[in-house]
Ligand binder design. Structure first.
Ligand code: ATP
Length: 246
């Protein structure tokens, strides 16, 4: 009974999650619970397993062992239900270069079965500063513009859980500010955000929980309010070096 109640409120519940690629153990028994409406930032060095964890939550990679639930739905057995609830922003924009910005959003709108896709697309394109380019092919967009459009794609179906894998990569200062504003506007107490970043300051500013993943293991998890910001860099390096046995 208690377990059922917990499941109803956790946006993400990961238990003893393993992901093995051939001889590479990308995730080694990760446990993670993310409360609904919260913002978790995951830091970690290159190859720590951050993208792998995001892919598992987005149903883009299957767990080797253990379980991962999104809104109580299992990423393997209920992948369709999970996909409806999740929006992903990563270095892969999942856009079709030969289609225009609007055609891309129309495609995703149909895929999600949205009723007012055009209206919502127009609103998002305006919000992200792409209104004047909506009828241009994505192949003609700069990297940062494609990233902005991928933000619109990820938000189109108003997902309960946003997975942001290095979302600021490739964005100029102006676009970063737009994205930060959009993310801030999404914090309505219900939408949950999990973000990975290498930028300690940016990552700490936006979140209310902080985690550090190193060599496939969660080695640190804390409420952002409890984290000493000035000393966090030292904490981060200590966690990384300990995990590497240095
Ligand atoms: P970065 O900060 O560099 O993006 P990351 O923390 O996101 O790193 P992952 O991309 O999750 O790390 O990779 C974790 C480990 O899994 C790495 O050793 C990587 O080489 C390996 N890996 C990831 N995807 C695959 C794959 N498709 N096939 C084989 N190995 C993979």
């Amino acid at each position: 009974m208690l377990a059922e109640m917990h499941r109803a409120v956790a946006a993400v519940e990961v238990k003893n999650l393993w992901k093995v690629y051939g001889h590479v153990e990308a995730l080694k028994g990760v446990d993670l619970t993310v409360a609904e409406g919260s913002f978790l930032t995951i830091f970690g060095p290159n190859g720590a397993g951050k993208t792998t964890l995001m892919k598992v939550l987005a149903t883009l990679a299957r767990p080797t062992d253990g379980s991962a639930l999104v809104g109580g739905h299992d990423v393997t057995r209920e992948a369709g239900a999970v996909r409806k609830r999740v929006g992903v922003i990563s270095h892969n924009t999942y856009l079709y270069p030969q289609l225009t910005a609007m055609e891309n959003l129309a495609f995703y709108g149909r895929m999600y079965g949205l009723k007012r896709a055009r209206e919502r697309s127009t609103q998002l394109l305006e919000q992200l500063g792409l209104a004047t380019r909506m009828h241009d092919r994505v192949a003609t967009f700069s990297r940062g513009m494609q990233q902005r459009l991928s933000v619109a794609r990820a938000l189109l179906h108003e997902p309960e859980l946003l997975l942001l894998d290095e979302p600021y990569t490739g964005l100029d200062q102006h676009a970063s500010r737009i994205l930060a504003g959009v993310l801030e506007g999404l914090r309505d107490g219900q939408r949950t955000v999990v973000m990975t970043t290498h930028n300690l300051q940016e990552g700490l500013e936006s979140c209310d929980r902080v985690a550090i993943l190193v060599r496939g293991k969660m080695v640190f998890e804390e409420a952002a309010a409890e984290v000493d910001r000035s000393g966090f860099q030292a904490t981060y390096f200590a966690c990384v070096e300990r995990a590497w046995g240095r």
